[in-house]
Design a protein around this ligand. Structure first.
Ligand code: ADP
Length: 243
């Protein structure tokens, strides 16, 4: 079954195409990698899929439903979650508050007054336990290490119970031990039925973790397939190495 499908997705900035005629299909249940040289349009693609920017043309379909030009909260509600290249947490809120805000951005005042629902707090603790940061529940997010903040961001994304999770450079700025933990978590979350699309520069991580790799060059996919085939693909070697 198809998870995400984009058709001819196109976005230019000041007349310069960032994503151009990108048709991408993700099958349910896979860990997909999205790689490509700097400036090849990977982040813009994420922003288009999650409604943070609107395409000039083309379609975003999720499980057959047209989400093109929908607002980010509606896309999140449809089941697509994402993390950011530069991790986004609320620095002065505690870890637990960050988790609750993730599902109740519109009810921040009540949340801060302690009027949140117990069931949600339990669910938040479940995800914090899964990430191994439950002991930090009362710490302010700004006091966490960068790696711990990334785990918090992922935990907060999971509060919305997404079926498709977009990860933007999960290993960036993170120590090797934590990279292993993130890989294990992604595999576990995938085994439970979630589909992933991961932008990552760490090739060992991408090739070791992903079932399927899509390669972007100049705003569109130039190759897609299992890691073993992608590593040998002459178009990929040319895009990366100019050979
Ligand atoms: P990648 O994530 O693969 O490094 P990006 O999607 O960040 O690539 O960028 C693709 C191209 O679009 C780059 O040339 C970049 O400079 C340009 N770009 C991205 N976002 C903007 C923006 N908001 N305004 C102008 N140009 C942008």
């Amino acid at each position: 079954m198809t998870s995400l499908r984009t058709e001819g997705l196109t976005k230019s900035f000041g007349g310069v195409p960032a994503v151009h005629d990108a048709t991408v299909e993700l099958r349910e249940g896979r860990i997909n990698g999205l790689i490509g040289p700097n400036g090849s349009g990977k982040t813009t693609f994420f922003n288009l899929v999650t409604g943070m920017i609107r395409p000039d043309s083309g379609l975003v379909l999720y499980r057959g439903r047209d989400l093109t030009r929908h607002a980010p909260h509606r896309i999140a509600h449809a089941g697509i979650g994402r993390t950011f290249q530069l991790c986004r947490v609320f620095p002065r809120l505690t870890v637990l508050e960050n988790m609750l805000v993730a599902v109740r951005r519109t009810r921040l005042r009540e949340l801060l007054a302690g009027l949140h629902d117990r069931g949600e707090a339990e669910r938040a603790r479940h995800w914090l336990r899964r990430m191994g940061i439950e002991h930090l529940e009362h710490a302010e997010a700004r006091d966490l290490s960068y790696g711990q903040q990334k785990l918090l961001e992922l935990a907060a994304v999971l509060m919305a119970e997404p079926d498709l999770v977009l990860l933007d450079e999960p290993a960036g700025g993170v120590n090797p031990a934590l990279i292993d933990r993130i890989v294990t978590l992604v595999r576990e979350l995938n085994a439970e039925g979630r589909t992933f699309l991961v932008v990552e520069h760490n090739m060992d991580m991408v090739m070791g973790m992903c079932d399927h790799v899509i390669v972007f060059d100049r705003g569109a996919p130039i190759a897609a397939g299992p890691p073993s085939a992608i590593k040998e693909d002459p178009r990929v070697l040319e895009a990366y190495l100019g050979v």
